[in-house]
Write a protein that binds this ligand. Sequence first.
Ligand SMILES: [Zn+2]
Ligand SMILES: [Zn+2]
Length: 364
Amino acid sequence: MKAAVLYAANTPLQVVDVQQQGPKAGEAKVRVMATGICHSDWHIINGDWTLPLPMVLGHEAAGIVEEVGAGVTTVKSGDHIIFSFRPQCGRCLYCSLGRSILCDGHQSVRWALLDGTCRMSRDGADIFQMARIGTFAESVVCPAEMLVPIRKEMPWAQAALMGCCVPTGVGAVTRCANVEAGASVVVIGCGGVGLNVVQGARLAGAGMIIACDLLDNKLAYAKEFGATHTLNAKSENVVERVRALTGGRGADYAFDAIGGDATTIQILDAIRPGGTAVIVGMAAMSVRAPVTPYMMALQEKTLKGTMYGSVRPNLDFPRLVDLYLEGRLKIDQLVSRTYTLSEINEGFTALRSGQVARGVVMFN
Ligand SMILES: [Zn+2]
Ligand SMILES: [Zn+2]
Protein backbone atom coordinates (compact mmCIF):
# COMPACT_ATOMS: atom_id res chain seq x y z
CA MET A 1 0.00 0.00 0.00
CA LYS A 2 1.41 3.40 -0.96
CA ALA A 3 1.29 6.49 1.23
CA ALA A 4 2.88 9.96 1.14
CA VAL A 5 4.84 10.28 4.39
CA LEU A 6 6.42 13.34 6.00
CA TYR A 7 9.69 12.29 7.65
CA ALA A 8 11.02 15.73 8.58
CA ALA A 9 9.66 19.28 8.47
CA ASN A 10 10.69 21.27 5.39
CA THR A 11 11.38 18.17 3.31
CA PRO A 12 9.17 16.81 0.49
CA LEU A 13 6.65 14.07 1.23
CA GLN A 14 8.02 10.62 0.39
CA VAL A 15 5.68 8.33 -1.51
CA VAL A 16 6.61 4.90 -0.14
CA ASP A 17 5.24 1.39 0.40
CA VAL A 18 3.91 0.94 3.92
CA GLN A 19 2.41 -1.93 5.90
CA GLN A 20 -1.14 -1.56 7.14
CA GLN A 21 -2.98 -3.56 9.81
CA GLY A 22 -6.67 -4.28 9.36
CA PRO A 23 -9.37 -2.53 11.40
CA LYS A 24 -9.79 -3.38 15.08
CA ALA A 25 -13.07 -3.04 17.00
CA GLY A 26 -14.79 0.27 16.22
CA GLU A 27 -12.59 0.92 13.20
CA ALA A 28 -12.99 0.69 9.44
CA LYS A 29 -10.72 0.40 6.43
CA VAL A 30 -11.43 2.79 3.58
CA ARG A 31 -10.10 2.78 0.03
CA VAL A 32 -9.32 6.45 -0.61
CA MET A 33 -10.70 7.71 -3.95
CA ALA A 34 -9.75 11.40 -3.75
CA THR A 35 -7.99 13.68 -1.27
CA GLY A 36 -7.56 17.46 -1.33
CA ILE A 37 -4.35 19.38 -0.69
CA CYS A 38 -4.98 21.88 2.10
CA HIS A 39 -3.04 24.61 3.91
CA SER A 40 -3.36 22.62 7.15
CA ASP A 41 -1.17 19.89 5.62
CA TRP A 42 1.28 22.59 4.59
CA HIS A 43 1.39 23.97 8.17
CA ILE A 44 2.79 20.60 9.26
CA ILE A 45 5.21 20.27 6.34
CA ASN A 46 6.70 23.72 6.94
CA GLY A 47 6.90 23.32 10.73
CA ASP A 48 4.24 25.94 11.70
CA TRP A 49 2.53 23.14 13.60
CA THR A 50 4.92 20.80 15.35
CA LEU A 51 3.67 17.23 15.44
CA PRO A 52 5.46 13.90 15.89
CA LEU A 53 6.84 12.37 12.69
CA PRO A 54 6.86 10.32 10.51
CA MET A 55 3.25 11.01 9.66
CA VAL A 56 0.92 10.44 6.73
CA LEU A 57 -0.72 13.82 6.13
CA GLY A 58 -4.06 14.49 4.43
CA HIS A 59 -7.44 15.08 6.08
CA GLU A 60 -9.82 16.14 3.27
CA ALA A 61 -10.97 13.00 1.50
CA ALA A 62 -13.64 10.59 0.36
CA GLY A 63 -13.59 6.88 -0.36
CA ILE A 64 -15.26 3.48 -0.19
CA VAL A 65 -15.50 1.39 2.98
CA GLU A 66 -13.76 -1.93 2.37
CA GLU A 67 -13.88 -3.62 5.74
CA VAL A 68 -15.21 -2.88 9.22
CA GLY A 69 -13.98 -4.05 12.62
CA ALA A 70 -16.06 -5.66 15.37
CA GLY A 71 -19.06 -3.72 16.62
CA VAL A 72 -19.20 -1.18 13.77
CA THR A 73 -22.79 -0.40 12.76
CA THR A 74 -22.60 3.15 11.37
CA VAL A 75 -20.90 2.16 8.08
CA LYS A 76 -20.62 -1.05 6.10
CA SER A 77 -18.49 -2.42 3.31
CA GLY A 78 -19.31 -0.66 0.01
CA ASP A 79 -20.52 2.59 1.57
CA HIS A 80 -19.29 5.82 0.00
CA ILE A 81 -18.03 8.08 2.76
CA ILE A 82 -16.52 11.47 3.49
CA PHE A 83 -13.89 11.51 6.23
CA SER A 84 -14.57 13.86 9.14
CA PHE A 85 -11.26 14.96 10.62
CA ARG A 86 -12.71 15.17 14.13
CA PRO A 87 -14.02 12.13 16.02
CA GLN A 88 -17.45 12.23 17.67
CA CYS A 89 -17.89 9.98 20.70
CA GLY A 90 -21.59 10.82 20.94
CA ARG A 91 -21.55 10.95 24.74
CA CYS A 92 -19.35 13.84 25.93
CA LEU A 93 -20.55 17.34 26.87
CA TYR A 94 -19.82 18.75 23.41
CA CYS A 95 -21.40 15.89 21.45
CA SER A 96 -24.47 16.27 23.71
CA LEU A 97 -24.59 20.01 22.95
CA GLY A 98 -24.51 19.32 19.20
CA ARG A 99 -20.97 20.71 19.00
CA SER A 100 -19.17 17.48 18.16
CA ILE A 101 -16.27 19.35 16.54
CA LEU A 102 -15.15 20.07 20.12
CA CYS A 103 -15.63 16.41 21.22
CA ASP A 104 -13.40 15.63 24.20
CA GLY A 105 -14.62 12.10 24.79
CA HIS A 106 -11.33 10.54 23.66
CA GLN A 107 -8.12 10.99 25.58
CA SER A 108 -5.69 9.53 23.05
CA VAL A 109 -3.32 11.61 20.92
CA ARG A 110 -4.67 13.06 17.66
CA TRP A 111 -2.14 11.30 15.44
CA ALA A 112 -2.93 7.67 16.31
CA LEU A 113 -6.04 5.54 16.58
CA LEU A 114 -8.39 5.94 19.57
CA ASP A 115 -6.58 3.22 21.55
CA GLY A 116 -3.33 5.17 21.12
CA THR A 117 -1.71 2.66 18.72
CA CYS A 118 -0.87 2.95 15.02
CA ARG A 119 -2.13 0.86 12.08
CA MET A 120 0.60 1.90 9.66
CA SER A 121 4.30 1.11 9.70
CA ARG A 122 7.37 0.88 7.50
CA ASP A 123 10.33 -1.39 8.23
CA GLY A 124 8.84 -2.05 11.67
CA ALA A 125 8.61 1.64 12.65
CA ASP A 126 5.19 3.18 13.35
CA ILE A 127 3.83 5.90 11.07
CA PHE A 128 1.35 8.37 12.59
CA GLN A 129 -1.85 9.47 10.83
CA MET A 130 -2.74 13.18 10.69
CA ALA A 131 -5.98 13.84 12.61
CA ARG A 132 -6.28 10.05 13.16
CA ILE A 133 -6.94 9.58 9.42
CA GLY A 134 -3.98 10.53 7.17
CA THR A 135 -5.61 10.36 3.75
CA PHE A 136 -2.55 10.81 1.49
CA ALA A 137 -2.64 7.03 1.21
CA GLU A 138 -4.28 4.41 -0.96
CA SER A 139 -6.14 3.11 2.06
CA VAL A 140 -6.86 4.31 5.59
CA VAL A 141 -7.75 2.45 8.78
CA CYS A 142 -9.44 4.87 11.19
CA PRO A 143 -12.21 5.15 13.79
CA ALA A 144 -15.56 4.36 12.13
CA GLU A 145 -17.13 7.34 13.92
CA MET A 146 -15.05 9.62 11.64
CA LEU A 147 -16.77 8.35 8.48
CA VAL A 148 -19.96 9.94 7.16
CA PRO A 149 -21.87 7.94 4.52
CA ILE A 150 -23.12 9.87 1.48
CA ARG A 151 -25.18 9.36 -1.70
CA LYS A 152 -23.34 7.31 -4.29
CA GLU A 153 -24.03 9.83 -7.11
CA MET A 154 -21.57 12.26 -5.53
CA PRO A 155 -18.39 12.49 -7.68
CA TRP A 156 -15.14 11.75 -5.83
CA ALA A 157 -13.07 14.91 -6.15
CA GLN A 158 -16.05 17.04 -5.11
CA ALA A 159 -16.86 14.65 -2.26
CA ALA A 160 -13.28 14.94 -0.97
CA LEU A 161 -13.58 18.73 -0.66
CA MET A 162 -16.66 18.18 1.52
CA GLY A 163 -14.19 16.87 4.12
CA CYS A 164 -12.53 20.22 4.85
CA CYS A 165 -12.77 23.38 2.77
CA VAL A 166 -16.47 23.25 1.88
CA PRO A 167 -17.91 22.65 5.38
CA THR A 168 -15.28 24.93 6.97
CA GLY A 169 -16.24 27.86 4.75
CA VAL A 170 -19.98 27.32 4.43
CA GLY A 171 -20.36 26.32 8.10
CA ALA A 172 -18.50 29.43 9.29
CA VAL A 173 -21.39 31.42 7.79
CA THR A 174 -24.37 29.15 8.47
CA ARG A 175 -23.35 27.38 11.71
CA CYS A 176 -20.98 29.78 13.48
CA ALA A 177 -21.95 33.33 12.49
CA ASN A 178 -25.60 32.63 11.54
CA VAL A 179 -25.53 35.32 8.85
CA GLU A 180 -29.04 36.53 8.05
CA ALA A 181 -30.56 37.44 4.68
CA GLY A 182 -29.59 40.92 3.55
CA ALA A 183 -26.51 41.22 5.79
CA SER A 184 -23.19 42.66 4.61
CA VAL A 185 -20.23 40.28 4.69
CA VAL A 186 -16.47 40.70 4.21
CA VAL A 187 -14.27 37.72 3.36
CA ILE A 188 -10.48 38.00 3.57
CA GLY A 189 -8.66 35.34 1.56
CA CYS A 190 -10.23 33.60 -1.45
CA GLY A 191 -8.59 30.16 -1.44
CA GLY A 192 -10.45 26.90 -0.93
CA VAL A 193 -11.93 27.96 2.41
CA GLY A 194 -12.54 31.64 1.58
CA LEU A 195 -14.45 30.84 -1.62
CA ASN A 196 -16.71 28.61 0.45
CA VAL A 197 -17.30 31.44 2.92
CA VAL A 198 -18.31 33.53 -0.11
CA GLN A 199 -20.75 30.91 -1.36
CA GLY A 200 -22.00 30.22 2.18
CA ALA A 201 -22.85 33.92 2.41
CA ARG A 202 -24.61 33.69 -0.97
CA LEU A 203 -26.63 30.66 0.24
CA ALA A 204 -27.55 32.56 3.42
CA GLY A 205 -28.89 35.42 1.31
CA ALA A 206 -26.32 38.05 2.27
CA GLY A 207 -26.95 41.38 0.57
CA MET A 208 -23.37 42.51 0.06
CA ILE A 209 -20.42 40.11 -0.14
CA ILE A 210 -17.05 41.86 -0.31
CA ALA A 211 -14.19 39.48 -1.18
CA CYS A 212 -10.55 40.46 -0.57
CA ASP A 213 -7.35 38.82 -1.76
CA LEU A 214 -3.89 39.72 -3.01
CA LEU A 215 -4.32 37.86 -6.31
CA ASP A 216 -6.66 38.99 -9.08
CA ASN A 217 -7.24 35.40 -10.31
CA LYS A 218 -8.66 34.50 -6.90
CA LEU A 219 -10.89 37.57 -6.92
CA ALA A 220 -12.23 36.44 -10.30
CA TYR A 221 -13.14 33.09 -8.68
CA ALA A 222 -14.81 34.97 -5.82
CA LYS A 223 -17.09 36.79 -8.31
CA GLU A 224 -18.09 33.44 -9.74
CA PHE A 225 -18.88 32.15 -6.24
CA GLY A 226 -21.16 35.06 -5.38
CA ALA A 227 -19.06 38.06 -4.33
CA THR A 228 -20.85 41.32 -5.12
CA HIS A 229 -17.65 43.36 -4.69
CA THR A 230 -13.97 42.42 -4.86
CA LEU A 231 -10.90 44.28 -3.75
CA ASN A 232 -7.22 43.61 -4.15
CA ALA A 233 -5.65 44.21 -0.74
CA LYS A 234 -2.30 44.87 -2.39
CA SER A 235 -3.54 48.08 -3.98
CA GLU A 236 -6.49 49.03 -1.74
CA ASN A 237 -6.98 49.48 2.01
CA VAL A 238 -9.47 46.81 3.05
CA VAL A 239 -10.93 48.63 6.05
CA GLU A 240 -11.32 51.97 4.26
CA ARG A 241 -12.96 50.38 1.20
CA VAL A 242 -15.35 48.30 3.34
CA ARG A 243 -16.38 51.39 5.30
CA ALA A 244 -16.90 53.33 2.06
CA LEU A 245 -19.17 50.55 0.76
CA THR A 246 -21.20 50.36 3.99
CA GLY A 247 -22.09 53.99 4.61
CA GLY A 248 -18.99 54.58 6.76
CA ARG A 249 -20.12 52.11 9.40
CA GLY A 250 -18.42 48.80 8.57
CA ALA A 251 -19.86 45.41 7.62
CA ASP A 252 -22.21 43.27 9.72
CA TYR A 253 -19.84 40.29 9.49
CA ALA A 254 -16.22 39.75 8.50
CA PHE A 255 -14.41 36.44 8.06
CA ASP A 256 -10.67 35.81 8.09
CA ALA A 257 -10.14 32.78 5.89
CA ILE A 258 -6.34 33.10 6.12
CA GLY A 259 -5.49 33.19 9.84
CA GLY A 260 -2.86 35.62 11.11
CA ASP A 261 -2.26 38.66 13.31
CA ALA A 262 -2.80 41.33 10.63
CA THR A 263 -5.96 39.75 9.22
CA THR A 264 -7.49 39.29 12.71
CA ILE A 265 -7.18 43.03 13.24
CA GLN A 266 -8.50 43.72 9.74
CA ILE A 267 -11.72 41.78 10.31
CA LEU A 268 -12.25 43.54 13.65
CA ASP A 269 -11.69 46.95 12.07
CA ALA A 270 -13.88 46.10 9.07
CA ILE A 271 -17.05 45.34 11.08
CA ARG A 272 -19.51 47.92 12.38
CA PRO A 273 -20.13 48.45 16.10
CA GLY A 274 -22.13 45.42 17.27
CA GLY A 275 -20.80 43.36 14.35
CA THR A 276 -19.22 39.93 14.36
CA ALA A 277 -15.71 38.99 13.20
CA VAL A 278 -14.96 35.30 12.70
CA ILE A 279 -11.54 33.61 12.57
CA VAL A 280 -11.82 30.70 10.14
CA GLY A 281 -8.30 30.16 8.77
CA MET A 282 -5.74 28.42 10.94
CA ALA A 283 -2.68 30.52 11.81
CA ALA A 284 0.71 29.20 12.91
CA MET A 285 0.56 28.15 16.58
CA SER A 286 2.79 31.00 17.77
CA VAL A 287 0.85 33.93 16.25
CA ARG A 288 -0.75 36.46 18.62
CA ALA A 289 -2.90 39.42 17.56
CA PRO A 290 -3.03 42.81 19.36
CA VAL A 291 -6.75 43.31 20.00
CA THR A 292 -7.76 46.69 21.51
CA PRO A 293 -9.94 45.84 24.55
CA TYR A 294 -11.18 49.45 24.84
CA MET A 295 -12.66 49.38 21.34
CA MET A 296 -14.09 45.87 21.80
CA ALA A 297 -16.07 47.09 24.81
CA LEU A 298 -16.94 50.53 23.47
CA GLN A 299 -18.22 49.16 20.16
CA GLU A 300 -19.68 45.89 21.46
CA LYS A 301 -17.84 43.87 18.85
CA THR A 302 -17.78 40.08 18.84
CA LEU A 303 -14.71 38.07 17.84
CA LYS A 304 -15.35 34.34 17.35
CA GLY A 305 -13.32 31.38 16.21
CA THR A 306 -14.67 28.47 14.25
CA MET A 307 -13.15 25.05 13.77
CA TYR A 308 -14.34 23.02 10.78
CA GLY A 309 -17.14 25.58 10.28
CA SER A 310 -18.69 24.39 13.57
CA VAL A 311 -20.53 21.81 11.47
CA ARG A 312 -22.32 18.68 12.61
CA PRO A 313 -20.80 16.26 10.11
CA ASN A 314 -23.56 13.62 10.22
CA LEU A 315 -26.16 16.26 9.43
CA ASP A 316 -24.23 18.77 7.37
CA PHE A 317 -22.12 16.62 5.02
CA PRO A 318 -25.19 14.90 3.46
CA ARG A 319 -26.94 18.29 3.26
CA LEU A 320 -23.97 19.83 1.45
CA VAL A 321 -23.94 16.84 -0.91
CA ASP A 322 -27.65 17.46 -1.66
CA LEU A 323 -26.98 21.16 -2.30
CA TYR A 324 -24.17 20.27 -4.71
CA LEU A 325 -26.23 17.66 -6.57
CA GLU A 326 -29.09 20.20 -6.85
CA GLY A 327 -26.66 22.66 -8.45
CA ARG A 328 -26.79 25.14 -5.58
CA LEU A 329 -23.24 24.68 -4.30
CA LYS A 330 -20.26 25.23 -6.59
CA ILE A 331 -17.50 22.71 -6.13
CA ASP A 332 -16.48 21.77 -9.69
CA GLN A 333 -14.87 25.21 -10.07
CA LEU A 334 -12.79 24.60 -6.91
CA VAL A 335 -11.11 21.52 -8.35
CA SER A 336 -8.66 23.37 -10.48
CA ARG A 337 -6.05 20.61 -10.82
CA THR A 338 -5.76 16.91 -10.12
CA TYR A 339 -2.64 14.90 -9.35
CA THR A 340 -1.59 11.32 -8.83
CA LEU A 341 -0.19 10.42 -5.40
CA SER A 342 3.35 10.43 -6.80
CA GLU A 343 2.84 14.05 -7.97
CA ILE A 344 1.67 15.27 -4.55
CA ASN A 345 4.65 17.56 -3.91
CA GLU A 346 3.80 19.47 -7.11
CA GLY A 347 0.38 20.01 -5.58
CA PHE A 348 1.96 21.76 -2.61
CA THR A 349 4.08 23.95 -4.88
CA ALA A 350 0.90 25.04 -6.67
CA LEU A 351 -0.91 25.62 -3.34
CA ARG A 352 1.84 27.95 -2.14
CA SER A 353 1.94 29.93 -5.36
CA GLY A 354 -1.82 30.55 -5.24
CA GLN A 355 -2.21 29.10 -8.75
CA VAL A 356 -5.06 26.83 -7.77
CA ALA A 357 -8.28 27.03 -5.78
CA ARG A 358 -7.81 23.39 -4.75
CA GLY A 359 -5.54 20.65 -5.96
CA VAL A 360 -6.93 17.13 -5.55
CA VAL A 361 -5.06 13.81 -5.58
CA MET A 362 -7.12 11.17 -7.41
CA PHE A 363 -6.68 7.40 -6.95
CA ASN A 364 -8.09 4.74 -9.25
ZN1 LIG B 1 -8.02 21.29 5.56
ZN1 LIG C 1 -17.84 13.56 22.12
